[in-house]
Design a protein around this ligand. Structure first.
Ligand code: KQY
Length: 366
């Protein structure tokens, strides 16, 4: 499939909300030992749980590097399609394509530039060249035409309502480790052109100690147009309190592209989580691995869930806040079944369920 020399906005394509119907979900298999402890083995089992949970609701495809193909095929249920897809790590939310659709059921994909959350300045690993090819390869596999976007951007740094509104954070999108040559206005222009949105709601910061420089998908997301969930803590001495309070204020003052005020639902975070000595000892120590040393606070959040067709897959942490978060999500999504998966192992790698998944919208072509 070809690369198109225009933009989704020019061609009347838009990024749908995650709550709109999907054709399926993409994931990538974890294996690098400087990110995932114990050679990635516990993480592989955690990813199998996520893929299995999502596959109850929609088709899942797992991309796997050559040397792990047979092993992944053995561990995953038959319902999950396994394809060889060489990758540097496993965060398809961030290196995968952002799919866009039009009103007659056609689909295309935006291929952003990827620099592993900060490139040589502060990225998580080097090289990231294979991850930077993932979006293009997925679009080829799916025979979906590609827009080559001139912007370093990860999918986890944006959420849209599908009706013209985007939420993001200044901490990430304006970070000099992504697009230092671009102004805020240049970045806004690219977002408008490649996602066909009108209104951008800028939040200041993401979750405390988030390795991504504050991805919005760990902080806040759309439940449906006009309704958002925000990670929260009542503990005023926790640094997350000020971050969430500021975001609450900004969301309260925002008006979306349809002129609505947002309905904001707080999801209380788990109690602060830290890497244990044993967990840290299982990680190969490279200069960038020091991000995950013992006693490092983990950016745990229930907002990092995946919305599937008829379901929601949410991480839980064996924490007193698991049950209230589950109940709140069930109330917010009355027509979807909430399924929980253990979130700690994925969190040890620096993200959670939403970060390791990428929805492919349903279209008339599929
Ligand atoms: O949370 C994410 N979107 C990915 C974080 C990965 C950080 C590097 N391990």
């Amino acid at each position: 499939m070809k690369t198109i020399n225009s933009t989704p906005k020019q061609d009347n394509f838009r990024m749908p909300g995650e709550f709109e119907p999907h054709a399926g979900c993409w994931m990538l298999w974890p294996q690098r030992p400087d990110v995932w402890r114990n050679g990635g083995k516990p993480a592989q089992h955690a990813f199998v749980e996520v893929a299995t949970a999502i596959s109850q609701f929609e088709p899942v495809t797992m991309g796997v590097s050559t040397d792990q193909f047979i092993h992944a095929r053995e561990l995953l249920p038959d319902s999950v399609r396994v394809v060889e897809l060489t990758c540097n790590d496993s965060w398809v939310r961030d290196c995968g394509p952002t799919f866009v659709v039009n009103d007659v059921g056609e689909i295309r994909g935006v291929d952003w530039k990827f620099n592993a959350w900060g490139g040589l300045l502060s990225g998580a690993y080097f090289p990231w060249d294979q991850d930077d090819l993932i979006a293009h390869k997925i679009l080829q596999i799916e025979r979906v035409a590609r827009y080559d976007a001139p912007l370093i951007l990860e999918g986890g740094s944006i959420h849209v309502d599908g009706e013209g509104t985007l939420i993001t954070t200044e901490q990430c999108l304006l970070n000099p480790n992504r697009n230092p040559e671009l102004s805020r206005s240049d970045i806004e222009t690219h977002l408008r052109n490649y996602l066909n949105i009108e209104t951008i709601i800028w939040l200041t910061e993401g979750v405390y100690k988030d390795e991504t420089d504050g991805h919005v998908d760990n902080l806040c997301c759309f439940i449906r147009p006009g309704v958002v969930a925000l990670t929260w803590t009542d503990n005023e001495s926790d640094p997350q309190h000020a971050v969430s309070k500021m975001a609450y204020q900004q969301l309260s003052e925002a008006v979306d592209a349809k002129g609505r005020r947002l309905e904001i639902h707080k999801l209380h975070q788990p109690e602060p989580l830290y890497i244990t000595e044993g967990e840290g000892a299982g990680i190969d120590m490279l200069p960038t691995s020091s991000l995950r040393q013992e006693d490092k606070r983990l950016a745990g959040s229930y907002v990092n869930f995946y919305i599937a067709n008829g379901g929601v897959v949410m991480p839980v942490f064996n924490d007193p806040h698991d049950k209230p978060a589950f109940e709140t999500l069930q109330q917010l999504f009355p027509n979807r079944r909430i399924v929980t998966v253990p979130g700690r192992e994925i969190l040890l790698g620096g993200g959670n369920v939403h970060c390791i998944t990428q929805q492919q919208p349903a279209t008339a072509q599929l």
